[in-house]
Design a protein around this ligand. Structure first.
Ligand SMILES: C[S@@+](CC[C@H](N)C(=O)[O-])C[C@H]1O[C@@H](n2cnc3c(N)ncnc32)[C@H](O)[C@@H]1O
Length: 276
């Protein structure tokens, strides 16, 4: 860190020193695997300040003491440090591959795990693709969507979004899969037939036991591995391997590569892998 003084600025109104930042870095790394670089100090300060205000505290030290004792505040602390950027049909080149995979296996029961689901746009994009690929047989597919962050899961479960979030979808997709909410102009809600395919559940990829069982035909783990160091990535991917069906596919994010795991996974397309 350049200087502890940078953090301690009294103009900020709250005492935040290097030791506080180091403790936040350590806690979130040990719990969630998230590596916060030193460049993230302003981000940490601005996100955590809301939690201090909420709790009527003026020093980070007192806040860091609080989260050791208060389970609910611990959860809010973790939630405040995740990055939840996502969108409908993000990395769109994955969805035709998914569609073809589903169509080739129509009539078979299938399971999909979306393991960093954030606010729900990704698992609902998967559900829409399932319906487009399989029509009435869509109910043959179970989608489990998990994330460490309980606040994004609550939003995902509601299925309510501002209308601009679905701007990139076709008119037919907007019409078939969403409806206006009635009360709030400019808001849309995912239709029940899409929502019904997806089950949301909290899951920390770092936990020793996961509350999901294999085997999955499709696994999405996009744009979360980048927050982890190589050892953590390797650990998680080693655990994914036996949970993926022999003919299944694993989708990762655009900047994530499994080259260091090429004894286990083989590249099949742009950031799409299957099992060796
Ligand atoms: C940048 S978002 C990616 C969302 C989506 N997969 C996509 O690509 O659009 C990363 C998500 O990973 C979640 N996350 C971070 N650490 C996690 C962990 N240890 N276990 C499970 N989810 C985690 C965050 O809460 C966040 O919602």
């Amino acid at each position: 860190m350049a200087s502890a003084d940078l953090l301690e600025g009294s103009d900020r109104g709250f005492t935040f020193n290097e030791a506080d930042f180091r403790q936040v870095q350590r806690l979130i790394y040990e719990h969630a695997g998230i590596k916060l670089s030193d460049a993230k100090q302003d981000m940490v300060y601005s996100r955590m300040i809301r939690r201090l205000r909420h709790n009527g505290l003026t020093t980070f030290k007192s806040y860091l003491d609080l989260i050791q004792k208060d389970k609910q505040e611990w959860e809010a602390f973790v939630n405040s440090l995740t990055t939840n950027l996502t969108s409908y049909f993000r990395e769109p080149y994955h969805f035709p591959i998914l569609q073809q995979f589903l169509q080739e296996r129509a009539g078979r029961r299938m399971r999909i795990w979306c393991s960093a689901a954030s606010t729900g746009e990704e698992p609902y994009s998967i559900a829409i693709t399932v319906i487009e690929a399989l029509g009435v047989r869509a109910t043959d597919v179970d989608i489990i969507a998990t994330d460490i962050d309980t606040s994004v899961l609550a939003k995902a479960g509601s299925g309510v979004y501002t209308a601009d979030r679905i701007e990139s979808l076709t008119d037919a997709q907007k019409q078939y899969f969403f409806r206006g909410t009635g009360k709030n102009a400019g808001m849309v809600k995912v239709k029940p037939e899409v929502q019904r395919l997806v089950k949301f559940q909290q899951l920390n990829l770092l936990d020793k036991a996961w509350p999901v069982n294999g085997c999955f035909d499709i696994m999405f783990c996009r744009n979360v591995l980048i927050y982890f160091d190589k050892d953590t990535q390797r650990n998680i991917l080693n655990r994914f391997h036996p949970m993926l069906a022999d003919d299944g596919l694993l989708f990762v994010g655009h900047s994530e590569s499994l080259l260091h795991m090429n004894d286990k996974f083989r590249l099949r397309g742009k950031t799409v892998y299957d099992k060796r």
